[in-house]
Write a protein that binds this ligand. Structure first.
Ligand SMILES: *[C@@H]1O[C@H](CO)[C@@H](O)[C@H](O)[C@H]1NC(C)=O
Ligand SMILES: *[C@@H]1O[C@H](CO)[C@@H](O)[C@H](O)[C@H]1NC(C)=O
Ligand SMILES: *[C@@H]1O[C@H](CO)[C@@H](O)[C@H](O)[C@H]1NC(C)=O
Ligand SMILES: *[C@@H]1O[C@H](CO)[C@@H](O)[C@H](O)[C@H]1NC(C)=O
Ligand SMILES: *[C@@H]1O[C@H](CO)[C@@H](O)[C@H](O)[C@H]1NC(C)=O
Ligand SMILES: *[C@@H]1O[C@H](CO)[C@@H](O)[C@H](O)[C@H]1NC(C)=O
Ligand SMILES: *[C@@H]1O[C@H](CO)[C@@H](O)[C@H](O)[C@H]1NC(C)=O
Ligand SMILES: *[C@@H]1O[C@H](CO)[C@@H](O)[C@H](O)[C@H]1NC(C)=O
Length: 328
């Protein structure tokens, strides 16, 4: 009884501390930035893709990559950094991957990555240069030999030279068909002009090779749809632009991924009740029913199983899912 009360108190304290922390997070260099960056690099090479010969053959050197990256950032005001300053970094982190399976995204962050990783596709955050810095912040300043605690500069966010450089590079490497996962619920539109997708990715696709762009337009089940494929607003411009490049445009209103992935995470949500095989508490049923339709394409290669570990936290579930998806 007493133990229970202590546990509850501890839990409450935990929540309070968390809220206090969250409500006042400042924009600054991520704690343990160097360790995270290097750790991610070694993890990418030695665990996530340890059996991927395309990546092995690139002979990537994490120590040198870190040196190069920190040399660009340190001792500079963020606004002085140009996208060209990352040319060497891009050169050093470059590796082969299946460029026919590129996914671009805007306004769908988590969901785009879940879909990509489940299906063995590649977003910018799945290739090494983007993977290393995804969700991190690091800034310095003129005459500073170390990273700064605060990074309030506008050049860190909407106009970040790093994300500009890696976005352009990623777009240039895409081939054949590109999938773009956009958000039809967003009230500024699925493809606002201010986004990295519109500014740097769409204009820089390799139009010698890319022949088709397929938009997967996601909608939140519980919110009004701002834009759909049959009622395009910002997507009108995307389509016109692609036509001018002789690229086929396809758009699919899709609630399949949102519903299914959402419902795996939150099985008790109302809209999940109407899905087939709704008995989600039973993970065997989840395995056999929910994923049958996803396993038809050749998206799952042997080495992409590794990626699933980044999608689901429960080890039991991971094993069951990756067998259910990959080896059918
Ligand atoms: C919250 O942020 C403000 C302004 O950045 C700062 O002055 C204050 O000390 C912070 N409070 C906590 C609890 O960190
Ligand atoms: C990576 O580069 C560093 C410094 O240039 C070098 O000392 C190290 O041996 C290299 N590591 C590998 C695995 O090649
Ligand atoms: C990196 O740069 C070197 C020297 O400029 C060049 O030979 C090499 O092809 C480049 N590698 C990539 C992957 O761009
Ligand atoms: C789409 O945008 C809405 C509104 O901003 C947001 O609530 C929702 O989480 C977004 N959907 C995805 C998949 O990120
Ligand atoms: C950095 O140091 C140099 C040389 O000491 C000085 O001329 C310059 O004004 C400094 N820059 C800033 C932003 O403090
Ligand atoms: C986005 O840019 C295009 C091309 O410059 C323009 O035609 C369109 O009106 C812009 N859309 C918005 C919402 O500003
Ligand atoms: C999977 O691995 C087997 C055995 O290593 C190999 O023969 C097969 O080609 C691989 N399949 C794919 C899609 O890479
Ligand atoms: C993981 O899921 C299994 C099956 O649903 C469950 O029995 C187990 O307790 C879960 N483990 C954790 C750590 O949540």
């Amino acid at each position: 009884m007493k133990l229970k009360r202590i546990l509850i108190l501890f839990y409450l304290k935990f929540i309070l501390v968390q809220c206090k922390f969250c409500s006042n997070s400042t924009l600054g260099t991520t704690g343990n930035f160097k360790e995270i960056f290097l750790g991610r690099c070694f993890y990418f090479l030695n665990i996530l893709h340890k059996n991927n010969c395309m990546i092995k053959s690139a002979n990537l050197n994490c120590t040198q990559i870190w040196k190069e990256f920190s040399n660009v950032i340190l001792n500079r005001n963020p606004c002085e950094i140009k996208k060209e300053d990352f040319d060497n970094f891009l050169n050093m982190t470059s590796h082969f991957y299946d460029t026919e399976k590129a996914i671009l995204w805007s306004g769908t962050d988590n969901m785009a990555h879940q879909i990509s990783r489940l299906r063995g596709y590649w977003t910018l955050e799945d290739v090494l240069p983007g993977y290393l810095y995804s969700e991190l912040t690091a800034c310095s300043n003129s005459n500073k030999t170390d990273f700064e605690k605060e990074c309030e500069s506008e050049c860190m966010y909407g106009n970040n030279a790093f994300w500009t450089a890696v976005s352009i590079d990623f777009a240039r490497h895409s081939t054949k068909q590109v999938i773009v996962i956009l958000n039809g619920t967003r009230t500024e539109g699925a493809a606002p002009n201010r986004t990295y997708f519109m500014r740097f990715e769409l204009p820089n696709l390799n139009y010698e090779s890319v022949k088709k762009v397929k938009v997967l337009l996601l909608h939140s089940p519980d919110k009004p749809k701002y834009e759909t494929c049959s009622n395009p607003i910002t997507l009108r411009y995307v389509e016109t632009f692609l036509k001018s490049k002789n690229v086929a445009y396809e758009c699919e209103d899709d609630t399949f991924f949102v519903n299914n992935i959402n419902c795996i995470q939150n099985p008790t949500e109302k809209h999940c009740e109407t899905l087939p095989g709704k008995n989600f508490q039973n993970s065997n049923e989840l395995e056999t029913k929910q994923f049958e339709s996803m396993s038809t394409e050749s998206a799952y290669e042997n080495d992409s199983d590794d990626d699933h570990t980044r999608v689901l936290k429960n080890e039991t579930d991971i094993n069951e899912l990756s067998h259910g998806i990959g080896k059918n």
